[in-house]
Structure formats: structure tokens, C-alpha cells
Design a protein around this ligand. Sequence first.
Ligand code: CP
Length: 352
Amino acid sequence: MVDKYNPRLQEQLEDQPLDTQGFERPRDLIDATDEDLAPLLALTQRPVVTANQFTRDQLLQLSRLAARYETQPQMIARPLTGKILISAFYEPSTRTRLSFESAWHRLGGDIMSITDPASTGIAKGESLFDIGEMLNHYGDLVVLRDSNERAVYEMLESLRIPIINAGNGIDEHPTQALADIYALLKWRPLLCLPEVAQEQRIRMGIIGVPKRMRTVHSLLTLLSLFANAISDVVIITDEDDPLSEDQISMIEKKGLCTRVTSDLDDELPALDVVYINTIAWVGDDYEELGSHYRLDLSSPLKPGAIILHPLARGDELPRELDDTPHNWYFAQARGAVFMRMALLSSIMKTFT
Ligand code: CP
């Protein structure tokens, strides 16, 4: 019988193409790493404001814990029962807000959600410093998205409970980058190894502008911790100076081999991973950067290459790619729930 809401349901049930899209791989990631909870203890009750604060060991252990949550849901014993998340999103969000709230719910906690700053004292001119002081008494952890780069730092001044930066203007989106790393490590667990042979290192393309796109900025920072496993990162943009001075010096210091080019199709045949994003939040609205770059079925993608995208997508990533093995962007978005569970339970020190 054809399901009227999903005519492909029967075909999907029969195909079960899960192993090509990142759903089956968490077990391989668990096998590739040894458990060591010490790096996670350093996150206890700490704020998360920038990707720069994470160590490679923390990324490996967060990914390992996320993989355990993904593969062993029975291990989740609702450790956050009685704890309250304050979910403050002063800018639109589908994935970040809902996956944080899903993660907190799955760990047993309760949530207070603010999606409109005009419904708070901000409408009366109240400072984020004063709002932060109040939040200390109302909840146990704050997740904040704000188009103002300084907002998370202003609230941090008065907060005594942890805060997580869920995107601050064009600056950073550290937990999106954690989700990106989790997808990468599930796809290629050998990236976890301390030594990766030259021929096994991956070549990654990033279509975006690191100095003006928060997802790309934070991802590049975390990728620099895997310089031993990445042969090079190719930044594909038609901007002349897509990297800030700080980013250039960070890349040089960590030894991440990076170059910039404007020709996407010239690079695609040699890329193992293609990360694409065209949206940058600027002020109260978004700006499209490099929107003429586009992937589709005729793109000369390397066989076995995967596509990552933080989403929301536009014309740069048409739906015709969804049913191909290149689609790892849905697995990336799905895995964000488990990575955020790992992060939240580390900050709240409830992991076992
Ligand atoms: N990736 C991401 O930040 O998506 P949202 O804007 O929907 O949260």
C-alpha cells in the first residue's frame, strides 16, 4: 500500500540505506578511541563561548560519548531530572534550538524557552548583564543565540551558571563545529588516531568565508586540531581575503595546510569532504556569500566524497543530492543531538 504522505516509504523500508549516511558508524568511532573521562571533567560547570577553548582530547571524548548516546539509548538514565535549561534564542533557529532542547529533554531536564527578546526586559532597555543576574536564580544552564557578537560576553559577566554560545553574529558557532567534527569522525574514525599515514589523510574543501561566517570560523578552529590527519583544507571563495589575521596565525601555529581558490569544479574531483554554506548572519538579517557556488548531480564529486552543510540550505544544495551517498548533511544534523547531549552532560557532570 502506498503511504500518501511518503510515496517512497516502502522503497525506503526495503532499501534501508542507513549505512551510507552515517547512522551505522558510531560503533566504529567507539572502537577507534579509548575511553578517558578526564578531558571531559575540565568542562564541568564551564561556559562554552568559542571553539578555541576545546582540546583535541576533549573532541575525541565528546564524540565517543555522543556515539555511545547514539548507539546505546538505554544508557540514558535521565540524569538532568530537576534541572532547568534556559533556552534564549534572539535570532531564528531550527536545528540549534530544537536539538539543544531535544538533548536536554532526552537527559530528563526541564526547559524555559525565550524566542523573542521583545518578550523580556530587553524591550524596556534592560541590559544583558542584569538579565544574566536574574537567570542565575531561574535555571541551571543558559544557551544563547544573539546576532550581537558581544551578547554572550555581556551575559557571562553576571552569570554564575554555565552559558553556551549557540551563535553570536558572524563570530562563532562552537557547538555546530562540534557536530561537524562528530560527523567527520563517524565517517572516518581513523582521523582519531595520533598518527595518520600521508595516503590516508583527507582533503577537505570549505565553500565559505571563515572571517565572516560563524560556522566556518568555528569549524576551521576545530579542524586545526586534526592537522595530522588532514592533508589540506581548500577554502573556495571569490573573496580576496577570506581569513582574518587571527585565523591565519592560528592555522600556521597548528600546522594546518590551507589554501584559497575560487574555482569549485577544479577542486571537487580531489576532495574527500565538501563543506558548503552560503548564509552569514549580519545584524538582524542574513547575507548570502558566494551563493553562485552550487553542488548538484552534475558536479564532479569524487566517488565516496561526502557533503556536509550546517543547514539551512538554499539553492547551493538542491534536494536531488539528498538520495545520493554524498549526503552526510542529514546525518550531521541528526548527530548534533547526541553531541549536544555529550556536551551538556559533561558541563553538568552527569555522564557515566
Ligand atoms: N546550523 C544551524 O545553526 O542551524 P539553525 O540556524 O537552524 O540553528
